[in-house]
Design a protein around this ligand. Structure first.
Ligand SMILES: [Zn+2]
Ligand SMILES: [Zn+2]
Length: 284
């Protein structure tokens, strides 16, 4: 057994999930010896991805509540959950980001450890369709988004909450859904868009696996002072000196690692100097 595998060897975690996210999260966590059992929970009650049920709190807070619910439902002392959210990029207008977060709550050690991945490579895409939209145009959109591995949603363009079809994975089904949605919409238009729920969205699944892999890596790292698993980066210190003028910039001068349980912190200084474009004096 490797040192990493020894971290959680012999322990079992309950994963809160409604659809088949089990292997996505279980496989990377096998690297630390953790066995994952799926605990079916109606995770929709914590808020839905598509917004029918609003989510309360940050993605991390929602994920922690789900992991705690899995602990309660299973009687185990480790809970796991993931939470995804799509939103506008803070700096790039019109660009959508996908944040995937995986959290582990360990009641025996008294720690909560999470990792996240944010990407702009999302499956978010939409197309407006009418009865006159050609099959060729639909097929072009389908090919572009990776249909049918990537499923689709079709809804009336005027916001009517009826005649909405989700999880479309066949061309026949797509044509039927467009007829239903255009028929129900006052403007006779339908919106076809990617179904971004994880079990229907391969792009998200890749990111969830990456977040679970990072979580396993963090769990394999122990605090140098108290040996609790989950030691890793908790912040950055800015102030790397500018290459031209030597004044402190907004670029990170050190990465700060921290323990999930005690207050031990460790700085990892960043080598070199900062690009003058990050310098308030040289590039005001
Ligand atoms: Zn400068
Ligand atoms: Zn510690």
């Amino acid at each position: 057994m490797t040192t990493a595998q020894a971290t959680y060897a012999g322990r079992t975690a309950a994963l809160a999930t409604k659809h088949g996210k089990g292997p996505l999260i279980a496989t990377p966590l096998a690297a630390v010896g953790l066995e994952v059992v799926v605990t079916p929970l109606d995770t929709d009650s914590f808020g839905t991805f598509t917004g029918e049920v609003p989510r309360r709190g940050t993605p991390r807070e929602v994920a922690v509540r789900k992991a705690r619910a899995a602990i309660e439902a299973s009687g185990l002392d480790v809970g796991l959950a993931s939470e995804g959210s799509f939103g506008p990029h803070p700096a790039m207008p019109g660009v959508t980001t996908d944040l995937e977060l995986v959290v582990l709550v360990d009641d025996r050690l008294g720690v909560t450890v999470s990792e996240r991945v944010v990407t702009t490579a999302t499956a978010a895409a939409s197309l407006e369709a009418t009865a006159a939209t050609s099959s060729a145009e639909l097929e072009r959109f389908c090919n572009q988004v990776g249909f049918p591995d990537q499923a689709l949603i079709c809804r009336p363009a005027d916001g009517t909450r009826q005649a909405i079809t989700k999880a479309i994975t066949s061309l026949d089904g797509l044509h039927r859904a467009i007829r239903a949605a255009t028929g129900a919409s006052r403007d006779r238009r339908a919106v076809v868009e990617t179904d971004l729920r994880a079990h229907l969205c391969p792009t998200r699944r890749v990111v969830i696996v990456e977040a679970a892999t990072r979580l396993a890596r963090r769990l394999a790292s122990r605090c140098p002072r108290c040996e609790t698993p989950g030691f890793g980066q908790v912040g950055v210190e800015t102030g790397l000196p500018c290459r031209w003028c030597g004044l402190p910039t907004d670029a990170p001068a050190a990465l700060v690692d921290g323990c999930a349980r005690c207050d031990f912190r460790q700085r990892r200084p960043v080598a070199g100097d900062a690009d003058p474009s990050t310098c308030p004096a040289c590039n005001p």
